[in-house]
Design a protein around this ligand. Structure first.
Ligand code: BG6
Length: 482
């Protein structure tokens, strides 16, 4: 099956931080793929901008090497690269110095969409926004894309929103959360709102609990300096997991318009209960024979930052009161597996008697890898014996259902094209980010005040034992990470 490609309008896209890790690993490969799929009109241009003085040819060499390193076997043919590089320019810009800005301003065209992607550290978000304003680069058709972390707490997020608001309207600001660009995450909305089947059951009356898992095998690697100031709560829960929770829990929006969707997500965040310290489990990965411990990797022998976190979250509204949401995420775990499991309640009464025990229906949405959905249902075990029941899986893999040659686009491909199209549905609004921090801050304060050190867990395990107790105390079990 071949995906439909609708070309976007002509644009100038400036990628600040163009020689950095994210730009080389994700942003430029995503743009190259969109080019190869025919989505970029001939007038589209991408301008890399960074502090390093490079010629255009040198920048092309950096990006070609990145394509070789980071694009997999299904990369577009190398022959397409020449066409892409024709549209790929480079400007040396130091956010805090004048000359680069003037050079950049001279290259921008007036009659096309302008997008500025801030793929830089958060300390540069403000100077970049100010530079764009000061050097007259902001036209009505200008958008900025702001990467995470969007603040470090409510105060810093608010201050950043205020700085951006001095130069841009809210409709010009695209706060990116790449989880919203994942095909399977958007599928959560399709599953819920394009089918009649689930909605009548999608509430506390029929749903026993929900588990949201984002497990990673990687450690913090070279990002230790950033990660040790963030931890799993700020790095994953406040943004990516919060978005997953919102999409599962929100009311049906009246349309797929940006504010209709974002209003409903915001209501979920407002309805989240505060989380008591006893409903949080944190952990730090230890070492194994071939890999260093968390503290060694971040070069901080006394670090109390968590590389794993599990939380039990309640939502106080009519739909969800009484249904706990269990969230967990961590690095260096047994497998890379992200999924959402909606565990339904048991039927109220068994007509088949005691020896035909059932297992509750569970809908599992696999976000990555092996994207797909499984619904566990009870059937009769075949054979002439009594009425014995067995649970089986109605299993759907997206790759099989849509055809093996269907390339599932990377989140950045979808999101960058949405920026050019001017569609903010999959981007976070300022009030949404602030509400997420307002919920997060007291949870972090809870452990900061206790100065407790997160227990260590074995690399390659499913996390600290205390996480088993967190859910076990409620008579439930985590799904296995595999
Ligand atoms: C990033 C986090 O936002 O998301 C990383 O900073 C994390 O720590 C990554 O590894 C996970 O993204 P994905 O797409 O690999 O699930």
């Amino acid at each position: 099956m071949v995906a439909r490609v609708i070309p976007v309008e002509p644009f100038d896209l400036v990628v600040f931080g163009a020689t950095g890790d994210l730009a080389r690993r994700k942003i430029l490969p995503a743009l190259y793929r969109r080019f190869a799929e025919g989505q970029m009109p001939p007038e589209a241009r991408v301008i890399g901008a960074a502090r390093t003085p490079l010629t255009r040819a040198e920048f092309h060499a950096v990006i070609a090497a990145a394509f070789d390193e980071f694009m997999g076997a299904d990369a577009p043919p190398p022959a397409d690269r020449a066409g892409f590089f024709e549209r790929l320019d480079y400007v040396t810009v130091d956010a805090r110095r004048e000359d680069g800005w003037l050079d950049l301003a001279a290259r921008m065209r007036d009659d096309v969409v302008r997008a500025f992607y801030f793929s830089v550290g958060p300390s540069l978000f403000g100077p970049l926004a100010t530079g764009l304003g000061r050097f007259g680069l902001v036209t009505p058709d200008t958008r900025i894309v702001v990467e995470k972390p969007f603040g470090n707490d409510l105060g810093t997020a608010r201050a950043l929103n205020q700085t951006l608001a001095e130069h841009f309207t809210e409709t010009q600001i695209y706060r990116i959360d790449h989880y919203l660009g994942k095909e399977t995450v958007q599928n959560l909305m399709a599953v819920r709102f394009a089918n009649i089947l689930f909605e009548p059951l999608w509430n506390a009356r029929f749903v026993d609990h929900v588990q949201i898992t984002v497990a990673e095998t990687v450690g913090v690697g070279g990002r230790g300096a950033y990660y040790d100031t963030a931890g799993a709560m700020r790095d994953m829960v406040q943004n990516h997991m919060m978005q997953l929770l919102c999409l599962i829990a929100m009311e049906p929006p009246y349309s797929f318009q940006p504010d209709a969707v974002r209003d409903e997500k915001l209501k979920v965040i407002h309805a989240l209960d505060p989380v008591a310290p006893g409903d949080v489990v944190r952990g730090q990965y230890g070492a194994d024979a071939s890999r260093p411990a968390y503290r060694t990797e971040v070069e901080n022998a006394r670090s109390t930052t968590e590389s794993y976190i599990a939380l039990k979250v309640g939502i106080s509204n009519w739909r969800w009161k009484g249904t706990p949401f269990y969230l967990r995420t961590g690095k260096r775990l047994r497998a890379r597996a992200s999924e959402i499991a909606v565990a339904f309640r048991d039927p109220p009464h068994s007509i088949f008697g005691e020896d035909a025990p059932w297992k509750a229906n569970t809908l599992v949405i696999r976000l990555q890898p092996d994207e797909g959905m499984t619904l566990k249902v009870m059937i009769k075990e075949p054979g002439p014996g009594g009425m014995r029941l067995k649970d089986v899986a109605l299993d759907m893999s997206f790759a099989e259902a849509l055809g093996d040659d269907m390339h599932i686009p990377d989140a950045y491909e979808r999101l960058i094209m949405d920026v050019i199209r001017g569609n903010q549905t999959l981007f976070m609004r300022g009030d949404e980010v602030e509400a997420a921090w307002a919920w997060t801050d007291p949870i972090i304060a809870g452990w900061q005040n206790s100065a407790e050190t997160p227990p260590s867990y074995e690399p390659g395990s499913s996390g600290p034992d205390a996480a088993l107790t967190l859910i076990g105390m409620d008579g439930r079990n985590w799904r296995e990470i595999r």
